[in-house]
Write a protein that binds this ligand. Structure first.
Ligand SMILES: O=P(O)(O)O[C@H]1O[C@H](CO)[C@@H](O[C@H]2O[C@H](CO)[C@@H](O)[C@H](O)[C@H]2O)[C@H](O)[C@H]1O
Length: 680
């Protein structure tokens, strides 16, 4: 029988431990984590009476060995509010199935310290309190797990506490000394330890949660138009590979391509989403499948498997991972349609309804039906995914996963990773939060988000808080600034400043961000009445003159390059949960910080200030929550402030709690300030 408890089998232990986080569906699914990522761990724990409670979180590696133990404290902002909430940060170091537990315990030293302070000041039980302190420290000095040095510190203090030849102040001073505080902070004097259940933490490889994505259509790179006939010669993997140097040069690390398979002929779409294609129109790459093959084939215009392998190899040489689109649907001429009619929903008249994602209509594709032959269809898809994995693809961007059953994704992602660990899936599910979150729980490592449509200060602050503090255990946001489908009004009408604003927000707030080609050229003209690019590359070739843009200087590429380099250089930008929103007096100036303490104890802190009004210069005062920046005494200037260096403009300032800011969107709409830390 554990000390202090009648029996096991009760649901509460000696001290209640409730509302533990991160816990997904009661621990049915693991919480997400990355190597070296700070994971915020919390619990509500409390006790009867007035004695002090200590709460710790303990991190266990895949073998079950203890790898980290941190004492939890009331969350900033809740201190002294009596919420009984405790929080701290655990940092797993490698991939694997980790876990953690919460421990709550009677804090013997804290309890004695508090009572002694109050009673001795009031002249109550003075000798008794000193004697109790001496006995406590003497007992602790005999605990086996303590070092000889610590034992000595506790023994000396116990001796002084008991030494009646000393004054009360001297005796108490010994019991309250910094050295004793240091020893018990490191290894508390604990009793009645209550241990929670074990909660799973899945630590996946870096690219599962960190990365800078660049999307492009390989058929456009190197495509040439015959101006006499109007016909194009498609680009291919060999010509597209020539663009990879520039993409890697901008600091991206994932190159994502829309589907590369044969494109259906029946119901092929023409330019600007029209329903009739001309003889030279290449069709939408998402209309997968034709006489040449389906999801396991390569569009003949793009090349052979050998060409694809060479493309992957070149990308890898440049530090880029290739991400492929997994769009589970079929053009009417896909081989599946004839061979497996049971994989589709056939109506009474024998026809198959085309796919939709209301209000969008996809007249050139059929949706799959997973209910008639779940096993056959699932195994075929697994075969296809593993085929591409065998060609070096370990990242998939999944088109519309919310139109397929969630169980299928849970199965597929687990099966693929059982065969080849480390395969990453990005969910392109723009739908209701319940489904988006369920897909994350089912195993999708990352997800597209609503970021593109969050433009006002209030929207951005709320969304950043939500993705960094409310849902990170199961939903990792990939902040794409645009996609071939999404050209928001903000970008259509915001001018170049809008492009900078979105790029700064996306690349600094989330460890995952993405850009679709043409963003760096400020492409911003939409098809009338749509939120999509005019003359969209989804339906036609688009040859861009990158060199002319670079020569004229009308390109955001250098700015994007700078952002990606900052992301690599600053560990604080590689974590998701370390974002704190700060206040400003202007309704367009968004302020947040990203702060991280590294394994060696050093700290990396960035403060991002963005004027999200791309048209108007804003002046305001920024009020910082200084506790979130964890400034060390040596970082404080003689004036009581601290120095910040703007990583965009190169300027430096002395900042404090309240700071004047002026951001002219036509010059630079943002500061990315690095807090200057003095060597320890
Ligand atoms: O439905 P979403 O808005 O999430 O968009 C994704 O899926 C679409 C269907 O695959 C895809 O749409 C494109 O391909 C369709 C099939 O060829 C075509 O009918 C659409 O007109 C075209 O936009 C979209 O690109 C993808 O991001």
């Amino acid at each position: 029988m554990p000390k202090g408890q009648i029996t096991d089998g009760l649901r509460f232990g000696r001290f209640p431990i409730t509302a533990v986080q991160p816990v997904v569906e009661g621990g049915k699914f693991p919480a997400k984590a990355l190597p070296g990522e700070g994971i915020v761990v919390g619990a509500t724990s409390f006790r009867e009476g007035h004695d002090q409670l200590g709460v710790s979180a303990v991190l266990l590696d895949p073998s079950g060995a203890e790898r980290q133990r941190v004492r939890l404290a009331p969350p900033r902002g809740e201190r002294g509010m009596g919420t009984d909430r405790w929080e701290g940060v655990l940092t797993p170091s490698e991939t694997g199935n980790w876990s953690f537990v919460i421990e709550a315990w009677h804090d013997r030293y804290g309890t004695w310290h508090h009572n002694a302070e109050v009673k001795i000041a009031a002249g109550i039980d003075v000798e008794l309190m000193l004697a109790e302190g001496a006995a406590l420290l003497r007992e602790a000095s005999a605990e086996d797990f303590r070092s000889d040095w610590d034992k000595g510190v506790l023994r000396d203090a116990a001796g002084k506490l008991a030494d009646q030849s000393l004054s009360t102040e001297e005796r108490l001073g010994a019991g309250f000394g910094h050295d004793v505080a240091g020893v018990v902070a490191h290894q508390p004097i604990r009793e009645l330890v209550t241990v929670s259940e074990k909660y799973p933490l899945l630590v996946e490889r870096d690219r599962a949660g960190r990365g800078s994505w660049y999307e492009f259509f390989p058929r456009s790179e190197g495509a040439v138009k015959d101006h006499n006939t109007g016909a194009w010669t498609s680009g291919n993997f060999r010509t597209a590979a020539r663009r990879l140097d520039a993409v890697a040069g901008m600091g991206f690390d994932v190159i994502y391509m829309p589907p590369i398979h044969p494109i259906g002929v029946q119901h092929r779409k023409g330019p600007n989403n029209t329903l009739v294609a001309g003889p030279h129109d290449p069709g939408s790459p998402w209309a997968i499948g034709a006489a040449e093959g389906g999801h396991d084939a390569i569009h003949p215009d793009l090349g052979s498997f050998e060409d694809f392998d060479a493309f992957v190899a070149r990308a890898n040489e440049l530090g880029l991972e290739v991400a492929l689109d997994l769009a589970l649907q079929a053009a009417p001429d896909h081989p599946w349609v004839a061979a497996h009619p049971e994989w589709f929903t056939t109506r009474v008249d024998g026809s198959i309804a085309y796919a939709e994602n209301p209000p969008k209509k996809y007249q050139d594709i059929y949706p799959l039906n997973f209910d008639n032959d779940p096993e056959g269809l699932s195994n075929e898809i697994l075969r296809i995914v593993l085929l591409w994995v065998s060609h070096g693809v370990k990242i998939f961007r999944v088109d519309n996963p919310h139109t397929k059953p969630v169980w299928f994704w849970e199965w597929l992602i687990a099966e693929v990773n059982k065969s080849v660990p480390g395969v990453v899936f990005l969910a392109e599910a723009f739908t209701r939060p319940a489904m988006m979150h369920a897909l994350g729980r089912a195993g999708f490592q990352q997800s597209y988000t609503y970021f593109t449509w969050r433009n006002t200060k209030k929207e951005i602050e709320e969304y950043f808080h939500e993705v960094s503090h409310e849902s990170p255990a199961y939903f990792r946001p990939n902040f794409f600034v645009n996609t071939p489908d999404i050209l928001t009004e903000y970008l259509q009408y915001g001018g170049p400043a809008a492009f900078k604003v979105k790029a700064v927000l996306a690349s600094t707030a989330s460890p995952l961000w993405g850009v679709y080609a043409g963003y760096e050229l400020y492409e911003h003209v939409a098809r009338p009445g749509a939120e999509e690019y005019i003359d969209n590359e989804k339906f036609e070739y688009k040859a861009r003159d990158w060199d002319a843009a670079a020569e004229s200087g009308r390109t955001l590429a250098p700015f994007i390059t700078r952002l990606n380099h900052l992301r690599r250089d600053h560990p604080a930008l590689q974590d998701l949960q370390n974002l704190t929103v700060h206040q400003s007096t202007d309704d367009s100036t968004v302020v947040y910080s990203k702060h991280k303490t590294l394994a060696d104890g050093s700290k990396d802190t960035l403060i991002v200030v963005v004027n999200v009004d791309p048209h108007v210069t804003k002046e305001c005062s920024v009020a910082l929550d200084l506790a979130a920046l964890e400034l060390d005494p040596q970082d404080i200037t003689p004036g009581g402030g601290f120095y910040v260096d703007d990583l965009i403009s190169g300027e430096s300032w002395e900042w404090g709690e309240f700071n004047y800011v002026r951001l002219d969107p036509h010059v630079e709409p943002a500061h990315i300030l690095s807090v200057r830390r003095m060597p320890q």
